[in-house]
Design a binder for this molecule. Structure first.
Ligand SMILES: [Zn+2]
Length: 273
């Protein structure tokens, strides 16, 4: 802890340097920035004392940084996932400060990528640094995997993971790429909603039909689609697709108790939205 306190200003400087790199993955004119950002990260991880390398992919590189291991380590192995790419800063006229020139306001650091996701994995890196630089034994082995395509759907991540499979036999992955309820409640996210996408095509009559003559007798595809979509959820928001919950594990007693502690109020949310 003392190391963290003693170096807080340096850490802030370093984070600001990281945030100044406009590593926008969705815009091809930032391709060089993506490369220099991954280079910056590799160099930084090395100064921390991590065994670091850059994995080439068909797209943007993945940075792998590991805590040093002595021989065949028997410690539990965990992964910290993060991404060094950021969202485009547009529309620029809505920014009151420059997106890639970090700006401190009170206890907030404002810059593109500060909270998604450079700031978060930087915190993990600094925590590990304080162990390594003070010669404190880490209770576990940690592998950082920091990719550069999260904001464009991570197309190169699965092939990279396939390649690294044997060395990434981790017990759990820590993903600090989500929010926390408030400053007093740091959150450990252990589950996220998934997404399933599909395309539905409905075929209707072979020509426009006059509603006065055919209405009621022949279904309008737009109406049928509305009816189909409306049936996917019931009024309480439960998914009404048969079999959908078959392999969903019920919440445990502990999970229910913990979720009650969550400082969430519908009224507050309604006000915010
Ligand atoms: Zn993110």
């Amino acid at each position: 802890m003392q190391y963290l306190k003693d170096h807080q200003e340096d850490f802030l400087e370093q984070l600001m340097e990281y945030l100044r790199i406009p590593s926008v993955s969705a815009q091809s004119d930032h391709a060089d920035d993506i490369q220099s950002c991954s280079d910056w990260l590799v160099a930084h991880c090395k100064t921390i004392g991590l065994k670091t390398r850059k994995i080439k992919t068909a797209g943007n590189p993945v940075v792998i940084a590991q805590t040093p291991r002595k021989g065949k380590s028997k410690k539990p192995h965990f992964m910290v996932y993060g991404h060094y790419d950021v969202q485009p800063p547009d529309p620029l006229n809505l920014w009151t400060t420059s997106p890639f020139e970090p700006h401190i306001e009170g206890d907030k650091l404002i810059a593109r990528g500060a909270t998604d996701n450079k700031g978060q994995h930087f915190v993990h890196l600094k925590a590990v640094e304080s162990y390594l630089k003070t010669g404190t034994e880490l209770p576990c082995d940690i592998t950082f995997m920091i990719e550069g395509e999260e904001e464009i759907g991570s197309p190169s991540l699965t092939p990279a993971l396939e390649k690294l499979k044997s060395e990434l036999n981790v017990r759990a992955v820590v993903v600090s790429d989500n929010g926390m309820p408030d400053l007093k409640h740091p959150a450990l996210t252990y589950g996220l909603r998934g997404v399933a996408a599909c395309e539905v095509r409905l075929k209707g009559p072979n020509r426009d039909l006059h509603s006065g003559i055919y209405g009621g007798a022949v279904d309008n595809p737009a109406m049928v689609l509305c009816q189909m979509l409306a049936q996917l959820r019931d009024r309480r928001g439960r998914v009404a697709v048969p079999g959908f919950y078959d392999d969903v594990a019920p919440l445990s007693k502990l999970e229910r108790e913990q979720s009650k502690r969550f400082p969430h109020k519908d009224t507050k949310l309604a006000r915010e939205l």
